[in-house]
Design a protein around this ligand. Sequence first.
Ligand SMILES: CC(=O)SCCNC(=O)CCNC(=O)[C@H](O)C(C)(C)COP(=O)(O)OP(=O)(O)OC[C@H]1O[C@@H](n2cnc3c(N)ncnc32)[C@H](O)[C@@H]1OP(=O)(O)O
Ligand SMILES: O=C([O-])CC(=O)C(=O)O
Length: 375
Amino acid sequence: MADNTPTSTGLRGMSAGSTALCTVGQSGSGLTYRGYDIHDLAEHARFEEVAYLLFKGKLPNQKELDAYVARLKSLRGLPASLKAVLEQIPADAHPMDVMRTGASMLGNLETEEGFAEQQDKSDRMLAAFPSIINYWYRFSHDGVRIDTETDDDSVGGHFLHLLHGEPASEWHARVMNVSLILYAEHEFNASTFTARVCASTLSDIHSCVTGAIGSLRGPLHGGANEAAMAMIEDWQTPEEAERELLGMLERKEKIMGFGHAIYRESDPRNAIIKQWSKRLADDVGDTRLYPVSERVEAVMWREKKLFCNADFFHASAYHFMGIPTKLFTPIFVCSRLTGWCAHVFEQRENNRIIRPSADYVGPAKQGWLPIGQRQ
Ligand SMILES: CC(=O)SCCNC(=O)CCNC(=O)[C@H](O)C(C)(C)COP(=O)(O)OP(=O)(O)OC[C@H]1O[C@@H](n2cnc3c(N)ncnc32)[C@H](O)[C@@H]1OP(=O)(O)O
Ligand SMILES: O=C([O-])CC(=O)C(=O)O
């Protein structure tokens, strides 16, 4: 007799294709982008260099980087009809829905007419996404129509400038740079896989990215940075955090910002962003959120052997820079867009439609039942 128990493997451990973009490994020491170790990239690179690396397969030389930064700067403006759409979206909308609509609307206005345009469209989204989310945020929350065409040298600096209405400090722009590098690429994660599935039908790049934004929105993926913040912000002391956390574990609740589908021992991005969160905590004189976060980390390891993933210490780091919680996951979008687009290019280069099989667990063949005979 057939086993009709539904299975939910999540395709774990199965190879779904090949990539030259990223290795992840399981132990927490194998994360590389095109062969470059994440620690080296976070320490030495600019996010724009990493974007170039992912898109073009090599690190840019100085002349190429200067030209690329200048190009991105020139692409930050938004068409009037896109601004008009953003102005219609209410302040209480989910910002990831705003991102999804923004990406989709851009695709209507600046449609990819053929794959030869894929690099131009990717650059445009990379430059314009911080403008889209901040234009909406500042209009709906502060009632101002911001000029999105700033002269900032970096994507992270541009984002913070639009959000806060003044140029970011060098220090905050540096933290954003590191954060954007850490979030840029991660092999066949759910949102990237979404983008690749869409690309495999030979769809346009805006559709691939719009779908990927929808996948990243969920709290089991990119939405975890916001969910982690929502969890820790109520706790006043490490002792309260430990008490509440133990209760959550007892009730078998998922703790956001912990665990990983691939890593088994640690997520290498955590130690890097944690270090920056600590420096920011010292800078703003925090005596609550960082100690609470550290206690949560220690209890999760002690009780469950679960470690922080990339999202957990991003929550406090972003908070210390005055970024509203609801914009955390959209920042992830502004970064991961590079990985998504690079994967779309790669999928298109060697394409076969992605179409796995399913194990059928439904009823055996049945005769047609006329409507009058149904219960
Ligand atoms: C940038 C990123 O997208 S990183 C991921 C961000 N997501 C989160 O932080 C959400 C919280 N974490 C999770 O939900 C999961 O760890 C995921 C979705 C990331 C990975 O899911 P899976 O691969 O299914 O996890 P895994 O197989 O390692 O789980 C093993 C066990 O640990 C438990 N577990 C895993 N993560 C957590 C967690 N965060 N809190 C509590 N228990 C957990 C699982 O429920 C499972 O228990 P069970 O065997 O009793 O069912
Ligand atoms: O790889 C994953 O499954 C999730 C993740 O950490 C990421 O996308 O950065």
